[in-house]
Design a protein around this ligand. Structure first.
Ligand SMILES: Cc1cc2nc3c(=O)[nH]c(=O)nc-3n(C[C@H](O)[C@H](O)[C@H](O)COP(=O)(O)OP(=O)(O)OC[C@H]3O[C@@H](n4cnc5c(N)ncnc54)[C@H](O)[C@@H]3O)c2cc1C
Length: 468
């Protein structure tokens, strides 16, 4: 039935831009976590904005849905096609040009398929920082914009939204909206780019973005600070914020269970302290000015934290290699969980002062369902975004644990919402959290989201079934 569409797509995009063999499609049909597999009519790999627009127009005319896909590293199944072969996956992997870097205006124009790693490297080669930074380095800029990605530097620089100055977007009817403006100030009407940031490819396909750059930090002061419990971690964070000020760039909570998982996998990392601590916070101050004594600021602030009983021990990196080793602990525990069979990922946020209560209540709620499950609450302390992940009880069948995922997820999300939190802090809703959003979000929020969808994509061409 879709043969004419596929042959027109081949004629317009080129043969190698339309993949239909099962073996060629496979990598695009399953998400990174292997929790969701779909089946696509075809994989489209257009190489330009005009080609994306043509593909969307042809699919829209044929009534075929389009699932945008970047690096396929998202955690909510938003880039996975439905199972019935009714949709095409449109990969941005060929939109990889860095169109411009403006060191005077501190911005860069990158195409949607540039990986986060490459975008950061390109900025750095111009002595600038692209402040978006997380473990999913093979993710692509379009995906980061579409999920409003967060990560390790949100505390200082904000989420992807605050780094986007302009966008180029292919709309559901194939028109191209050119909002590639590099303006810090633009109040000339509705800020249309915001419609496409964090809406997971349901309102438009991002083909390029103007990203804000910052001065490249030249000096870092990094420490791993042991704390007695999450309450002490939050108290230490408050001290760091007031004593170290805006140079505080990261404060990541690291639990014992996360370190143990990382050590078991990598075999390379080693215990950072003389003795094992239950909780630690990875703290980093970063500065681009050589006139600011970051090391002194960190030493004095952590020293005050030790004296006040907020911290119990600390190791300070004294070289780039030591700094990298401390960060490897933080990144390693996330990667170890991607690989751990049965690891249940959560992405809730609560107000920062509620973090200790959230961790306590979520642990009790999870253990009421699976008594010996292993909580691994870790992550972005300064954003209230603790990923309350869970591993199966040691020695048990991961599949049996996974059968309990729906109950566990609901219990953890309800715990966050009861504390004024969110069920989706930085990974989005995708397909996985549609039911949860229906349960947890106010009816008026959902109504407004549906109205926006109906206005911009009345025929549900873009990512139907995602978010709503
Ligand atoms: C080890 C690891 C650590 C991670 N840590 C973090 C973290 O700390 N913080 C964080 O926020 N995320 C994190 N992630 C998750 C992930 O990397 C991000 O969500 C990322 O932004 C997804 O980008 P992607 O290109 O892989 O998008 P995909 O997974 O391909 O797609 C994600 C969503 O965006 C849509 N989309 C993709 N490209 C476009 C486009 N061009 N236009 C419109 N819609 C599009 C898709 O349809 C889908 O709905 C991590 C991932 C890994 C593997």
């Amino acid at each position: 039935m879709n043969a004419p569409l596929l042959s027109t797509l081949r004629a317009v995009l080129g043969d190698d831009a339309v993949l239909t063999d099962a073996a060629d499609r496979a990598g695009y049909e399953t998400d990174l976590l292997r929790t969701r597999t779909g089946q696509a009519l075809a994989i489209l790999r257009p190489g330009s904005t005009a080609a994306v627009a043509a593909a969307v127009r042809l699919c829209a005319d044929a009534g075929v849905a389009v699932v945008p896909q970047g690096g396929n590293t998202g955690f909510c199944g938003g880039a996975t096609p439905p199972t019935d072969g009714s949709a095409v996956v449109l990969s941005t992997e060929r939109l990889t040009r860095i169109r411009a870097v403006d060191t005077m205006g501190n911005s860069m124009v990158v195409e949607a398929g540039v990986t986060l790693a490459d975008a950061r490297a390109a900025a750095e080669s111009h002595d600038r920082l692209l402040a978006l930074h997380h473990g999913g380095l093979s993710s692509r800029i379009g995906g980061n914009v579409a999920t409003n990605a967060g990560g390790n530097n949100v505390l200082r620089y904000g989420m992807a939204r605050s780094l986007v100055l302009g966008l180029e977007v292919v709309l559901a009817d194939g028109r191209v909206w050119n909002g590639l403006r590099a303006l810090a100030k633009d109040n000339a009407g509705t800020d249309l780019k915001q419609l496409f940031i964090g809406t997971e490819g349901t309102l438009g396909i991002v083909t390029a973005a103007v990203l804000r750059l910052h001065p490249l930090p030249r000096t870092f002061a990094t420490a791993l600070v042991a704390v007695a419990d999450p309450a002490a971690a939050v108290a230490l964070l408050a001290r760091l914020r007031s004593e170290a000020g805006e140079v505080l760039s990261a404060a990541e909570l690291i639990p014992r269970a996360g370190l143990d998982l990382h050590f078991a996998r990598a075999g390379a990392g080693r215990e950072p302290f003389d003795r094992r601590h239950g909780w630690q916070v990875l703290v980093e101050l970063a500065g681009s000015s050589r006139f600011i004594d970051l090391a002194g600021a960190l030493e004095a602030t952590v020293g005050d934290g030790l004296a006040a009983g907020e911290a119990t021990d600390a190791v300070v990196a004294t070289s780039g290699a030591q700094r990298a080793a401390l960060w490897a602990l933080r990144e390693g525990l996330a990667v170890a969980q991607v690989e751990a069979p049965g690891n249940l990922k959560n992405d809730t946020a609560v107000p920062v002062p509620a973090i200790p209560r959230f961790i306590r209540d979520a642990e009790a709620a999870a253990r009421a369902i699976v008594p010996d499950c292993v909580p691994i609450p870790f992550g972005h302390l300064g954003d209230g975004n603790i990923h309350f992940n869970l591993n199966p009880p040691p020695g048990t069948d991961p599949a049996a644990f996974m059968a309990r995922w729906p109950d566990l997820v609901a219990a953890i999300e309800d715990t966050a919402v009861a504390l004024g939190g969110s069920i989706a802090a930085e990974h989005g809703l995708g397909r996985s959290k549609v039911a949860a959003a229906r349960r947890a979000k106010p009816a008026l929020d959902l109504d407004l989201m549906r109205r926006l969808k109906a206005a911009l994509d009345p025929d549900a061409v873009l990512n139907p079934g995602v978010m709503l």
